[in-house]
Design a binder for this molecule. Structure first.
Ligand SMILES: O=C(OCc1ccccc1)c1cn[nH]c1
Length: 243
């Protein structure tokens, strides 16, 4: 998978080269290229923003600069990318989105700042048949899209074959069965007077699976009743309903 990021703060994406993601890049599973938007300005001030039509606070990122940057970066590789624009006004980014994008051969992230990017940049790209996803990682406002890109790239790249040591852990993610993960424990058996739940040390795998499912149902009901309500009928068996 090739990943391009266009931003006015390239340094902000440095963490992508650390740890697990760094290893995925070193292993050739991911090619990452970070581009400085200002490389496509032509004025001495390297202006990337301007006042909003219609007035109002803040600034909007200029279409000319973004248009040239996107054209140049698109041309760097024959593969057509999914273009991703992080924005509070986007559709929710979920594990399902990450799964979908993990199948893409190329992703191109456009990091907005200020009040966002002139809408014509997205309209022009879509008009040329490019898939553009305006997505939100949550209902809050950041200063720029860079932090959202760190989140989304991590969620996607960890799903690529060969990236995680143990692929089973990706299958058993929270959300993969529609429920939140329950509590996890490791040694010692007792720590500060707190003991690990007996069942987990029983070796009774059926009982352990039941206990874990019950804890996941309990936690989901308490913290995310919306997820429970969204579960398809068939997802809960009789034992679940008894819970
Ligand atoms: O703040 C975000 O993106 C940065 C951004 C982009 C455009 C205008 C303002 C801010 C964001 C919040 N949830 N998901 C993304």
């Amino acid at each position: 998978m090739r990943i391009d990021v266009i931003t006015i703060f390239p340094g902000y994406l440095a963490p992508l080269r650390e740890a697990l993601l760094g290893r995925a890049i070193a292993a050739g599973l991911v090619d990452l290229d970070v581009h400085d938007l200002r490389d496509w300005t032509h004025d001495v001030h390297q202006a990337v923003d301007d006042a909003p039509y219609g007035g109002g606070p803040g600034m909007v990122m200029r279409p000319q600069v973004w248009g040239e940057a996107l054209d140049a970066v698109l041309a760097r590789d024959a593969r057509t990318p999914r273009i991703v624009v992080p924005t509070p006004a986007g559709r929710p980014f979920t594990q399902a989105t990450a799964q979908e994008w993990a199948g893409a051969e190329r992703l191109l992230f456009a990091c907005g700042r200020y009040e966002g990017i002139d809408q014509r940049v997205v309209d022009d790209a879509r008009g040329r048949g490019l898939p553009v996803d305006e997505v939100s990682i949550g209902d809050y406002v950041l200063v720029g899209g860079e932090a959202a890109v760190l989140v989304m790239v991590e969620a996607v790249v960890r799903l690529l074959p060969g990236v995680l040591g143990n692929p089973a852990s990706a299958e058993q993610d929270s959300f993969s069965d529609g429920l939140l993960e329950g509590p996890a424990y490791t040694r010692p058996e007792t720590w500060r007077g707190l003991a690990v739940p007996e069942v987990l040390r029983s070796g009774n795998h059926a009982a352990i699976a039941r206990w874990r499912r019950d804890r996941a149902l309990e936690r989901t009901a308490q913290r995310r009743p919306d997820l429970l309500a969204a579960l398809p009928e068939r997802a809960l068996d009789k034992a679940d309903r008894a819970f």
